[in-house]
Ligand binder design. Structure first.
Ligand code: C2E
Ligand code: CA
Ligand code: CA
Length: 641
């Protein structure tokens, strides 16, 4: 027995110990990614190596043990072979078999090991399986052959489970599992032929090192904050699913207005929210794989679900989020937007999947009143239409005559006359005809073209006010819808200020309509710009009050002149009567005007009036109309006097 073998085994011992000692205290949701699952394998290999070195020290005559110790070590050495191989194979089998099958197999395998161990111990007395020479060296007996057969059986079983589960495991695991069990089988054969465990020690050390490096690499696919797989892991997973042709359902969950949670409670609370939410998703359905694919966006991958299963899951997730989580003293709830697609039916490449998921989520944001979309054929049409709209939008920015402003009058129910008007934009495209703002505003906001549109409409309204100063003098103001970008970009708001400072402009006749969600994200700089506009005389109107996040704080602390109650509140005015009354009383106290939006029927008008609302806008009086029609209405008003 040469000393080289001892050197090799000692070296292996050092490497494996180093891997084992590098304990990182991490928790993974997915046990596939956890190096700690390798610990039993690493430890049993260490046990094998220690005993092996002790044994080989004796066999190479470097150290002499007393007779009983020699026998014991030899026997232990023989037993440490199958115990190590069994621990490695069960590591593989646990991942590739169902829990029940794995348990059954494990029982059989452990029973075999137990029988072999008992036989070996009994043999200490009889000396039939392991025969020793006078010099206390192992000389013969069938013990070694039985041990090799046992090891071989374990290894072949391991290989078979990998082949059995071939489709459901990823490429890399296939390779590692097959390589490691293949090497073990090969080294068993070599051992049988030459009685030299060189190959065994070396190949296992390299395979363990290899697995360790793999775990290190996988660490890069773990999201640092939530400890769940991240976007690159999601991409890997999608590619695997598509390659293996596994039919699956992807549910992507996007936390709405997450920025606002960060702004209001601070980033550390935001982080906690992401952690509890991801923990909830991980526990939601144990068989689903969960990924954090962007800041506030998570993906769940399921085996193909039925429509009912999808609906059930979506309902459960949504209601859990509304219910909220308590973090210390805070109770935090939020809304989620959900996009659902099937692989490979809706997308047969990863790029296609990412594209339709993105499209669906932006679509949800644009629709405002729908928070779940399941992919379907109609969406493909819509996606094409969106591209056309974007082209039309670019065309309109190049040729501003295509940007049309319509005006919707706001009535004063006390005097029966037009009190103000809201400017609403349309695009007149040579190919597509008239395009409504519901279509192009979201596109403009995403592509940062919105500030150009706002600039253009502010210019047009300013000119309109100037050109028809006489007739329009009876209006308190004309309001213009402003987007978040217009106030948050210093460049955009400077340009608007420039227009409003022009010789023909009268900013005191202009109002800016802003929404609550825009304001919740307001930073100090936004408030400063607000100040710059209002010091020029521009009025501020709170638009769509009663949708989304009702924030009484911004209502009282921000200098709004007018609050516009959203159409959804009005259209349900029968149920919201009390609410509207209380709101209007409160706003009156605060010295703010109230406008009821979207009044369509006589009944709604009466409700609004009874609740104390004085200004009313809606189809009941008039749709948004072109300039000359508004002027006609004003002429008619004037003639009535
Ligand atoms: P909004 O600011 O809430 O504007 C009111 C919308 O409700 C208008 O739709 C108007 O035509 C519609 N409306 C008014 N009365 C009634 C009614 O009685 N019943 C019903 N069903 N609808 C009524 P429009 O013009 O399609 O504009 C949609 C949205 O697009 C606006 O909602 C606003 O958020 C945005 N928008 C319009 N013009 C501009 C603009 O110049 N800039 C920006 N940033 N957004 C704009
Ligand atoms: Ca508006
Ligand atoms: Ca509105």
């Amino acid at each position: 027995m040469s000393t080289e073998l001892i050197v090799i085994e000692t070296l292996s011992l050092v490497i494996v110990s180093a891997i084992l000692l590098e304990r990182k205290s991490v928790r993974f949701s997915d046990s596939m990614l956890n190096i700690t699952t390798m610990y039993p394998v690493l430890i049993s290999f260490l046990v094998y190596l220690v005993i092996s070195i002790l044994n080989h020290l004796h066999m190479s005559l470097l150290i002499r043990y007393p007779e009983p110790a020699v026998k014991l070590i030899t026997i232990l050495h023989t037993l440490s072979f199958p115990q190590f191989i069994l621990s490695w194979m069960t590591h593989i089998e646990r991942k590739t078999l169902t829990r029940r099958r794995f348990r059954m197999l494990l029982i059989v395998e452990l029973a075999l090991l137990a029988v072999f161990t008992i036989l070996t111990i009994v043999d200490l007395g009889t000396g039939r399986l392991f025969m020793f020479s006078d010099a206390h060296q192992l000389e013969g007996g069938s013990g070694i052959t039985i041990m090799l057969l046992l090891c071989g059986a374990y290894t072949v079983t391991g290989i078979m489970t990998v082949l059995h589960a071939w489709r459901s495991i990823d490429r890399y695991s296939r390779m590692v599992h097959l390589l490691s069990s293949g090497f073990i089988l090969f080294s068993l054969v070599l051992f049988h032929l030459f009685r030299q465990p060189y190959m065994f020690a070396l190949s296992n050390t390299f395979m363990l090192l290899f697995s360790y490096l793999y775990f290190q690499r996988r660490e890069l696919e773990i999201d640092v904050l939530t400890r769940i797989p991240n976007f690159p892991a999601f991409i890997d997973h999608v590619e695997h699913v598509l390659r293996a042709k596994i039919e699956s359902t992807m549910i992507v969950v996007d936390i709405e207005n997450f920025r606002l949670i960060n702004n209001r409670y601070g980033n550390s609370v935001g982080d906690e929210v992401l952690k509890v939410f991801s923990a909830y998703l991980v526990g939601f359905e144990p068989r689903a794989k969960v990924f954090r694919i962007a800041g506030n966006r998570f993906a769940l991958s399921f085996h193909l679900m039925t429509h009912n299963q999808v609906v059930g899951s979506v309902k459960a997730i949504k209601s859990r989020c509304v219910q909220g989580w308590s973090l210390g003293m805070l109770g935090i709830s939020f809304y989620v937007n959900i996009a659902i697609a099937e692989l490979p039916r809706h997308a047969n490449t990863r790029d296609k999947l990412l594209e339709i998921l993105d499209f669906m989520l932006t679509e949800i944001k644009a629709r405002r009143r729908q928070s779940v979309i399941i992919y379907n054929k109609r969406l493909t049409q819509l996606q094409l239409r969106r591209l056309d709209v974007l082209t039309a939008l670019r065309g309109a920015i190049a040729d501003e005559s295509r940007i049309i402003v319509h005006y919707q009058p706001i009535h004063d129910v006390l005097s029966g006359r037009i009190h103000a008007a809201e400017a609403l934009m349309r695009l007149q495209d040579p190919q597509m005809g008239m395009i409504s703002p519901g279509e192009f505003i979201p596109a403009a906001e995403q592509t940062a073209l919105i500030s150009k549109l706002t600039e253009s409409i502010v210019q047009k309204v300013t000119r309109f006010l100037h050109d028809h100063a006489n007739l329009l003098a009876s209006l308190s103001h004309i309001s213009i819808n402003i987007s978040a970008d217009d106030l948050s970009s210093s460049e955009a708001s400077r340009r608007l200020l420039d227009i409003l400072s022009g010789p023909d402009a009268d900013p005191s006749r202009i109002g800016f309509e802003v929404t609550e969600s825009m304001l919740l994200s307001s930073k100090q700089s936004v408030l400063e710009r607000w100040e710059a506009f209002s010091s020029k005389g521009v009025k501020f109107l709170l638009d769509d009050f009663g949708t989304g996040y009702a924030n009484l704080e911004s209502l009282t602390s921000l200098p709004f002149d007018v609050v516009k109650i959203d159409r959804s509140v009005i259209s349900n005015s029968r149920n919201n009567y009390e609410l509207i009354t209380v709101i209007s009383l409160m706003l009156e106290r605060l010295g703010k005007q109230i406008v009821a939006e979207g009044v369509e029927t006589r009944e709604q008008l009466e409700f609004a009036q009874a609740a104390g609302v004085r200004y009313v806008q809606g189809y009941y009086f008039s749709k948004p109309v072109p300039e000359d029609q508004l002027l006609d209405m004003l002429r008619y008003d004037r003639a009535k006097q």
